[in-house]
Design a protein around this ligand. Structure first.
Ligand code: SF4
Length: 650
């Protein structure tokens, strides 16, 4: 195909229009939509640097010389691990700064107004009207004390002189546009009467209430199940193009940004390390960090072993050398000796690396290496015809579900929120009354954990989703791991033996022994989840139950945790029941897979069989709903924009 010419070219973040060489078809289509008259950025962020003021009075620099441009009707994705500076950049770019934040350089131009120097009063007139913000925490964003309608009307009348009746009509129209059922009555309801997915859609509707020119989305779908996530992403995309609003979409989920964004900026250590058309960046990453980030994302289309990124993000901006050099497998001497300049990619993007990756080097994925044949040893766990009921609910939460699990085997249980997967896990753990039978190692288990034998109690361990609530904040890491170990043993163990076993357990989950005397609040999210894993594996259980344990972690930490579980299971022979709404995670980890829907086990197959030829229509719909980095330019590739999962919208 011929070169589309500079008038349709990709606009370089520093302002130069680059000819579009090697753009993907998808990108070319999106560029054609952007008429030459629209080439003025709605928000033009230049040379933005941000620091946090510390109690000692010194500045901790966290964002360094970032340039971003946001165009009408386009979505710019901002990706990176936790601590990469993406949320700080996004908030600073709209002029928001808390008392300990200092903008040390740059400008953020909304038209001819620099948001970084405008007084707070002027910013308040812009926020909500010209710039809207949607946060991850929709529960926290809406007041539980007033009705949804009241909060909409307050927002609308703050910026427009319209009557109460007109504001109510606008509110109903907005709620209808985001598919809230019965919007007329929804205006009189409170936030706690809606599901998580509905609340997030209400927040998006509220953000669009004043027809903003700029929309900032900060991880708006994290924590939601995959089909709700797909619906919300499709809704956002629709609203952006219908309202021609410039959008900055902050997320650690590269697969989601692959589907939702036109351009992608990858941040590391407070800098943009790669920037350009999304499809080009994801399909041909040139920065080793982008490539590593992509390899850490599990794929639902391709069975591949995911790899975490070794090492940690530096806590503050590194100057005078490449900040990724401590973690980079391609490092050379020159990388340590200078600040790294931006190099132009041949598709018009930029990459901050002296030795950009080429071709296969960038996208090599590793086979899962998992044995395909399942073990033929006797089952360690046998669940037969389990049903669970909740008070005041007619339909059972779990309805006649059976499964068997052999040593070393990992079963993945997937399904939307409310499908009964966590309830099933709680029943196996003895935390939820059930009818039916559960056998553990030949012993029929009582429904309540209290009535189970010591062997069964410690032989089945649970790891919960949120280590902040599952780890006692008053216990040190040493005590947290030591306690189940001591309780599970029959005889006494000397203090020095306890210490040795705890140290060995910590090493097995790659935790440094220097944190033994620390408390959970002093650790990162990934470290806390490792402590929870160490605690579960300390009494040498035969079965470990994992309930969405990676859903709050970013992709590279998630990759480490999944790798760790697989290694521990292989070494100790422990069988694992792994509940997740993320099918890609299940594909990278589990030997077999069960799909649950409305409390029922609708399909159970070896993992590869299920992913290659699902038997049930619901499983096929669920598979299609997942965004994936492996879509490429294939028009027929699965995409949440092309999918609707049938059933009640939650
Ligand atoms: S500049 Fe060197 S160390 Fe930094 S990412 Fe590139 S190859 Fe790796």
């Amino acid at each position: 195909m011929g070169n589309p010419g500079p008038q349709f070219g990709y606009r370089h973040p520093l302002g130069r229009v680059q000819p579009c060489r090697g753009c993907t078809g998808e990108r070319r289509r999106s560029l054609r939509k952007r008429k030459s008259s629209d080439l003025t950025a709605v928000l033009d962020v230049r040379n933005l640097s941000v620091a946090y003021r510390q109690s000692s009075g010194t500045l901790n620099h966290v964002v360094e010389k970032v340039d971003l441009k946001l165009f009408a009707g386009q979505v710019l994705g901002l990706a990176g691990e936790s601590g990469s500076g993406k949320s700080t950049t996004a908030l600073a770019a709209i002029g928001y700064k808390s008392s300990n934040v200092a903008i040390t350089s740059g400008e953020a131009l909304l038209g001819d107004r620099d948001l970084l120097v405008l007084p707070r009063e002027d910013l308040r007139a812009i926020w909500g009207k010209e710039i809207a913000y949607v946060s991850q925490d929709s529960y926290g964003a809406l007041s539980p004390a007033t009705t949804i309608g009241h909060q909409f009307i307050q927002t609308i009348r703050r910026h427009f002189a319209i009557s109460h009746a007109d504001a109510v009509a606008r509110c109903i129209e907005l709620l209808r546009s985001v598919a809230i059922p019965d919007p007329e009555s929804a205006v009189g309801r409170y936030s706690y009467e809606f599901s998580g997915g509905q609340l997030q859609r209400i927040c998006i509707a509220m953000a669009m209430a004043c027809k903003p020119r700029l929309l900032l989305l900060d991880e708006p779908t994290s924590g939601l199940d995959v089909t709700t996530q797909a619906r919300i992403s499709a809704l956002i995309r629709e609203l952006v193009s219908e309202n021609n609003v410039a959008t900055l979409y902050v997320s650690h989920d590269l697969a989601l940004l692959r589907e939702c964004s036109d351009e992608l900026a990858v941040m590391y250590n407070g800098r943009v390390v790669e920037y350009g058309p999304t499809a080009a960046i994801v399909d041909r990453p040139q920065h080793p960090y982008t490539s590593a980030l992509i390899r850490a994302v599990p794929s639902v289309r391709i069975p591949a072993k995911i790899e975490g990124i070794s090492g940690q993000t530096p806590p503050s901006v590194v100057l005078g050398r490449c900040s990724f050099s401590d973690r980079c497998a391609y490092k050379r001497e020159a990388c340590e000796q200078t600040d790294i300049p931006d190099l132009l990619r041949n598709d018009g993007g930029v990459v901050k690396c002296l030795f950009p990756l080429k071709g296969q080097q960038a996208r090599a994925r590793i086979d899962t290496g998992r044995a395909t044949g399942l073990s033929s040893t006797a089952p360690v766990l046998k669940v037969s015809n389990i049903s669970c009921h909740y008070l005041f609910k007619k339909e059972p939460a779990v309805n006649n579900v059976s499964l068997t699990l052999r040593p070393k085997e990992i079963i993945g249980i997937v399904g939307e929120s409310g499908s009964g997967k966590s309830t099933l896990l709680r029943a196996i753990a003895g935390l939820q009354p059930f009818s039916g039978s559960i056998e553990f190692d030949g012993e029929v288990l009582a429904a309540s954990a209290r009535k189970r034998s010591k062997i069964a109690k410690f032989g089945i361990q649970v790891i919960f989703q949120n280590p902040d609530t599952s780890l006692n904040p008053r216990h040190t890491i040493f005590d947290l791991i030591r306690r189940p170990l001591v309780l599970a043993r029959e005889g006494k163990i000397s203090r020095s033996d306890q210490h040795d076993i705890v140290v060995e357990t910590m090493r097995s989950v790659s935790l440094p022994t220097s944190i033994l005397d620390r408390y959970p609040s002093e650790l990162s999210g990934g470290q806390k989840q490792r402590v929870a894993i160490a605690r579960a594996f300390a009494p040498k259980p035969k079965v470990v139950l994992c309930d969405e344990i990676t859903s709050a972690l970013d992709v590279s930490v998630q990759a480490h945790v999944l790798q760790l579980l697989r290694d521990l299971s292989d070494k100790s022979g422990t069988a694992i029941v792994f509940v997740s709404h993320n099918l890609a995670v299940i594909r990278s980890l589990a030997d077999k897979c069960m799909v649950m829907h409305l409390g029922k086990d609708i399909e159970q197959q070896p993992t590869e069989q299920l992913f290659n030829s699902p038997l049930q229509e619901y499983s096929r719909e669920l598979l299609r709903a997942i965004p994936d980095l492996q879509c490429g330019d294939n028009e027929n590739a699965f995409s949440p924009m092309r999918v609707s999962v049938k059933g009640e919208i939650n």
